[in-house]
Design a protein around this ligand. Sequence first.
Ligand code: SF4
Ligand code: SF4
Length: 286
Amino acid sequence: MIDTVIQVESIICDFWASAPSNSLHLETGEKAWAMPHVAIAQGDDPLFLRNKEMIGPFHWTPEEAYALAFPDDPAPASELRVISYVLPQTQETRADQRMEKTVPSERWARSRFHGEEFNCDLRLHLAETLTRAGYPSVAPERLSDFGYQQSERFGLASNWSERHAAFVAGLGTFGLSDAMITHWGKAVRFGSVVSRINLPVTKRVYGEDHHAWCLWYAMGTCGACAKRCPADAITTSEGHDKQACFTYIRGTTAPFATRTYGTGATPCGLCQVKIPCEAQVPPALL
Ligand code: SF4
Ligand code: SF4
């Protein structure tokens, strides 16, 4: 029987510790990620519906994502939990990335590419392990219908957002750059699984304030992430300019990483380090 967050965290951490894919594929043999952490959201948390209203009708609620995986036996939202986890960058990766000004470091590019491959494995491993144990589960980001559409308000947006799931689960809030600030900082990635399981829900200490842990939004100070962006894609007046960010990554950092490190994907993340929220919530806000 699985009915505690610690049991779920064990499934995730055991896989983190043993899966060969949790690797930067360097000669050092180091892992792609530091130790994961987990939080649980209620499937019928009203914030999921609010996210859908804000992003667009194509954006899934947990109930909709679950029904896509189990069309013959859908579940009411109240019986679902969203298990959200955070994968922090390692100290070595953050230290390397802090040295860079215009393109990502090799470790960062490797974590974005190989580390995300591991993250995909982890999503599926968690969903399959829980399903085998009698708790039908799905990783929405791994569904064949997962994709991107134009949101009137936010431009290109996906039909499942790991960051929004993490916010609802209590893992963190959005910063000036749109990235999430967690207790392990902003140099992180996320994954999630929707499961028909009765787990206790994590207390969301910031309530519904989606900017609570950003110094700019909370106190009008900082703005360090804006200064770190070589494409001027973050400003204190407008926040994150998704199009400028997209253009810089597609035109500069991704081709650089492919050419130089032999990695794929779309790494950048210069705005995620050398800032007060790199590896923590700014202490002034706690
Ligand atoms: S660097 Fe400063 S302004 Fe940018 S997200 Fe972090 S706390 Fe907010
Ligand atoms: S990820 Fe986007 S916003 Fe952040 S530094 Fe790179 S281009 Fe700028």
